[in-house]
Design a protein around this ligand. Structure first.
Ligand code: AMP
Length: 292
């Protein structure tokens, strides 16, 4: 693994807190190295670390960003409450093999008066999370573009946990001819099936227990599909009734869509994305599975 010298800092992993520091670090890295980039909002867990590990093993240099992006939160969402622990994150990121950690301020990413956005239009952003969070993906694609511009990665690593985000970013990369290769990594789960998420920390023990219904309902749907049921309505109804058994669960959506385009389907004849979003109190969890 390459060593960078100051002004970044003295540790093996460099930390850049401003765009100027980031540029200095990237100049030291040089243009001839492959860069694997892992964008995150921090409060790192094993899901994030799996992305860092993957980036680390396929690139000369691994860059991780921690940025709780204000533009992807609507007013009233959990921007302020979103969990943050930079000291712990930097230890975890370094132990996972990160070479450069970028931890900018919102004012650096969005200079005063910034009013330029990147928006993917159409089905991919309207469905699923786009229904209850209509401005969310515009914020995601804008910040991912800004980060790609600043870091110019060879490969960017995203989790299948945010399946719709993957579809939207793939489309953006394709539509804008962005010179980056997107790598999708599998969902990392707790031993009991709950998909790891920074927001899991908000669940009380009873909510945490009932939240298992997300992965369990998806697994049950997969079993039904494997048994020969390909009708979307039947599969969806089974998931909804499974989740509805949990008194604390409030369904945001349950949907089964074409995996590549997120178009509606009636029967599964090609890979399909089964996606759920469920609220427990003020915590909204998402999970998904691919039926292939
Ligand atoms: P976040 O910090 O939640 O914005 O996530 C940063 C990246 O980590 C995204 O690409 C997520 O899809 C990915 N990620 C989050 N949770 C998991 C998980 N449980 N398994 C795999 N990747 C994940």
């Amino acid at each position: 693994m390459m060593q960078l010298s100051p002004p970044c800092n003295n540790k093996t992993m460099k930390i850049a807190k401003t765009i100027t520091e980031l540029k200095t670090c990237l100049e030291e890295i040089g243009k001839d190295k492959t860069i694997g980039f892992v964008p995150t909002m921090g409060y790192l867990h094993d899901g994030h670390l799996s992305l860092i590990n993957e980036a680390q093993s396929h690139n000369d240099v691994t860059v991780v960003s921690i940025f709780v992006n204000p533009t992807q939160f609507a007013p009233g969402e959990d921007l302020d409450a979103y969990p943050r622990d930079f000291d712990q994150d930097s230890l975890l990121a370094e132990a996972a093999g990160t070479d450069l950690l970028f931890f900018p301020d919102p004012g650096d990413i969005y200079p005063a008066g910034a009013s330029t956005f990147v928006e993917v239009e159409g089905e991919s952003t309207r469905k699923l999370c786009g229904q209850s969070r209509p401005t969310h993906f515009k914020g995601v694609t804008t910040v991912v573009n800004i980060l790609f511009n600043l870091i110019q990665p060879t490969r960017a690593y995203f989790g299948q946990k945010d399946a719709q985000q993957v579809v939207v970013i793939k489309k953006m990369i394709r539509d804008l001819h962005l010179p980056v290769q997107l790598v999708v990594c599998p969902i990392v789960r707790e031993a009991d099936g709950l998909a790891l998420s920074s927001r899991n920390v908000f669940l009380n023990p009873e909510q945490r227990n009932q939240a298992l219904v997300l992965s369990q309902s998806l697994t049950a749907a997969k079993a039904l599909y494997r048994a020969g049921e390909g009708r979307v309505k039947i599969l969806k109804d089974q998931i909804i009734s499974h989740i509805s058994n949990m008194p604390l669960a409030v369904i945001d959506y349950v949907d089964i869509l074409d995996f590549k385009t997120l178009a509606d389907i009636e029967n599964i004849t090609s890979p399909a994305l089964v996606a759920v979003a469920v609220r427990f109190g003020s915590t909204r969890l998402i999970d998904n599975i691919i039926l292939d």
